[in-house]
Design a protein around this ligand. Structure first.
Ligand code: FAD
Length: 449
């Protein structure tokens, strides 16, 4: 059995390590165009900000480690063609320029994603950078060392993490986004207001609701022009989202309109000999029950592992995702799962929400921090559909609990009476998750007869 794997960051590395253990007799070959595997992009902003000093800590595997499992590692090899009818691939050795051909019985597609580069005038100027892989992280560090003013375009979680890193490194920082609030895909306004305030208090310039129309400069970027003004700057980081890397299979397997490969519950594409995992795929999004594009490392490692389990026959189903994510900006801890009110509205789904605002533990303790929790549910079935939390205390694990509630179809009323522990170091006698359930039940009191 010949297995070819294209791409080995999170999805690929998870698939390869599991397949090497499960099928020791298989001939596994990995094609990876980079010179490394398993780079944790989640540490990129921390590396740029100097929190992570030793970049080796940002890798949890290596080509040598995978070779020691009996895998053939074709590093710095870019796959350029896949002939799905003849089950052949062609790759280019990026070091020697040599072309390599290979055949496969099963193909694992884990080619991930690439940052979107919008076709804006001047986008090719020097010092307009992307933030995805290890080489780009090193370029950002090198180019930002002596600059004064950094502009980040895109206020998603990667953009805001970089803004924090540059501000803490003493740079003047501008954050631009076409939408009028930051993190608008993950959190509703009452949450993002607090994070925006944290940036403004530290002197970060927020230019929200502004669209970049062009970049100016001779060879190197000197200014960003928006529909509302002009910002002189020395360095720009583009963080406006990702697109799946799936050109190789275009027209050969089913995809969403954005090019994300459609997989079934067992990670099989519409070609029975090709399985796919990670950022190159769509995922089953439980809050809507539809396929969605949610590029996260968490989805990638689970899907990669499922590829190995289901390679020969469908044995383990993907339970889908809630797009659960967490973020730490300055002293604020926040996390969200499933739909926000904003995203529900955009999807045309009517939701009701309860908001709990209280101290995370009794006020007799030396410290007690404010917690803001919002849980959204479907008015008819009363099933929980999304949740968000923000606090200076780290209560983000509560969002993982609510992710389980969404996945298992729990109602908001059931949440009111779930057994959670109480201990004054950690929480209140009535856990704030219970309180959300009880508050929702308040709205439907039985009539006295
Ligand atoms: C700055 C940043 C921070 C992030 N933080 C988080 C976080 O905190 N939590 C979280 O869950 N997610 C986070 N993510 C998202 C996460 O990094 C991605 O979801 C994850 O990397 C996806 O893994 P993947 O293996 O599917 O794809 P990728 O990481 O995109 O890897 C794909 C691999 O395929 C290779 N490849 C592509 N085409 C070819 C080809 N033709 N031939 C050979 N090789 C090829 C690429 O070189 C690459 O190594 C972050 C992303 C970024 C950029």
């Amino acid at each position: 059995m010949k297995i070819a794997v294209i791409g080995s960051t999170h999805a690929g590395t998870a698939a390869v390590t599991n397949m090497a253990n499960m099928y020791p007799e298989a001939e596994i070959t990995v094609y990876e165009k980079n010179d490394n595997v398993s780079f944790l992009s989640c540490g990129l902003a921390l590396y740029v900000g100097g929190v992570v000093e030793d970049p080796q800590g940002l890798f949890y595997s290596s080509p040598e480690q995978l070779r020691s499992l009996g895998v053939t590692m074709k590093m710095q090899h870019a796959v350029q063609e896949i002939d799905t009818a003849c089950k052949q691939i062609k790759a280019l050795n990026l070091v020697t320029g040599e072309e390599v051909s290979d055949s496969y019985d099963k193909l694992v597609m884990s080619t991930g994603s690439w940052p979107i580069i919008p076709p804006i005038d001047g986008i090719k100027l020097d010092n307009i950078l992307l933030a995805k892989n290890f080489n780009q992280a090193n370029t950002i560090i090198e180019k930002s060392r002596d600059v004064k003013h950094v502009t980040v375009v895109g206020a998603g979680y990667i953009g805001v993490e970089l803004v924090e890193a540059f501000q803490q490194a003493g740079k003047k920082v501008t954050l631009i986004d076409g939408v009028d609030r930051i993190l608008n895909k993950y959190l509703d306004q009452e949450f993002t207001d607090q994070v925006e305030k944290a940036f403004i208090d530290r002197g970060v310039e927020l230019r929200l609701g502004e669209t970049v129309t062009r970049f100016e400069g001779e060879n190197t970027v000197e200014a960003v022009v928006t529909n509302a003004g002009r910002v002189e700057t020395d360095l720009v980081i583009m963080c406006v989202g990702f697109r799946p890397n799936t050109e190789l299979l275009k027209g050969k397997v089913d995809m969403l309109p954005n090019g994300a490969i459609k997989v079934d519950d067992y990670m099989r594409t519409s070609d029975s000999d090709i399985l796919a995992a990670g950022d190159c795929c769509a995922v089953k999004y439980n809050p809507t029950g539809k396929a969605a594009y949610i590029p996260l490392a968490t989805n990638a490692v689970r899907m990669g592992t499922l590829v190995a389990r289901n390679l020969m026959e469908p044995v383990m189903k993907n339970v889908g995702t809630q797009g659960t994510s967490g973020l730490h900006i300055y002293d604020l801890n926040m996390a969200s799962t499933g739909l926000t009110e904003t995203s529900a509205q955009a999807a045309g789904i009517h939701v009701k929400s309860v908001t709990i605002s209280e101290k995370h533990r009794p006020e007799f303790m030396p410290t007690a921090e404010d917690v803001l929790l919002k849980v959204s549910y479907l008015p008819e079935s009363r099933k929980i559909i999304g949740a968000q939390v923000l606090s200076k205390a780290d209560v983000t694990q509560s969002i993982n609990t609510l992710s389980v509630c969404i996945q298992t179809g729990m109602t908001i009323d059931e949440l009111g009476f779930v057994d959670f522990f109480f201990q004054p170091h950690f929480n209140q006698p009535w856990n704030f998750l219970n309180k959300a359930g009880l508050a929702a039940a308040e709205t439907r009191k039985p009539e006295l007869v």
